[in-house]
Ligand binder design. Sequence first.
Ligand code: SAM
Length: 244
Amino acid sequence: MNDKTHFGFETVDEKDKARRVAGVFSSVATKYDIMNDLMSGGMHRLWKAFTIQIANVKRGEKVLDVAGGTADLSLAFAKRVGDTGQVWLTDINHAMLSVGRDRVVDKGHLLPVAQCDAEKLPFPDDYFDLVTVAFGLRNMTHKDAALAEMRRVLRPGGRLLVLEFSRIWKPLASAYDLYSFKVLPWLGQKVANDSASYQYLAESIRMHPDQETLRQMMDTVGFERTEYFNLAAGAVALHRGYKL
Ligand code: SAM
C-alpha cells in the first residue's frame, strides 16, 4: 500500500503531494505577491521584517533561503551580506522561482538561484550560517526530512528560522475560520482566478503542526535552543533553532 499524507483536508498518496503542491504554486505565481498583500492586509511584510531582524545577518555570511519563492527574504539578506557573503534563492517550483529571480535582477542584485527540493538540498554539509524557510514548510511532504536537510547544510553554530502559519489564539479561532474559508477563496477567485489554491491555503494551515509540535520536531532532528515567537496572536509563528 502507498504511504498517505494530507493535501489540505484531503488524504493523498505521498507520491502525489508534491505534484499537487506544484499545481498550486504554478497557478498563483504571477499573482502571489499581490495576493499576499491583500490577504494579510500587508501584515506579511511585518512578519518578514521581524524575521529579518531576528536573523541579524552580518556581512560575509552565507545564507540559504529555502522555498524562497518570490524572494522577499533573499532580497533583504542580499542587502546585508555584502560582496563577501552569499545568498542562495531556492525553491522547488520553476514558476515561483522565475518571478523571484526576475525581481532580484530588477532590484540590481545577482544571486545564485537553484530549483531544488528542500528534502534533498544540493549543498555540502556544514556550509551555511543561516537557513530560512518562510511559509514553505507547511507544503512539504516529509517535514522532518526537510528540517534534517536544513540542519545538515548549516555549519556548527548556524541557525534555522522557520516562519509559518501556526495556531491562532483560541478566542479568535472562529472569526479566523470564517475569514479563511469564506473570504480567502473568494479573493483568490477574484484576483488570481483560482479559488481552489486559496482553499488549499486555508486547509493546509489547519493541518500544519502547532507551535509546540513544530518546536519538538526541530528538537527531534537535532536542533538545539529551539524557541518560537508568536506573531498576530499566533496566526503566524517564527521558530528558531541552532545547530551546535
Ligand atoms: N518564501 C516565500 C514567501 O515567504 O513569500 C514563498 C512562500 S510560498 C507560500 C511557498 C513556497 O514553498 C512555494 O514557492 C513552493 O514552491 C515552495 N515549496 C513547496 N514545497 C517545497 C519543497 N519540497 N522544497 C522547496 N520548496 C517548496
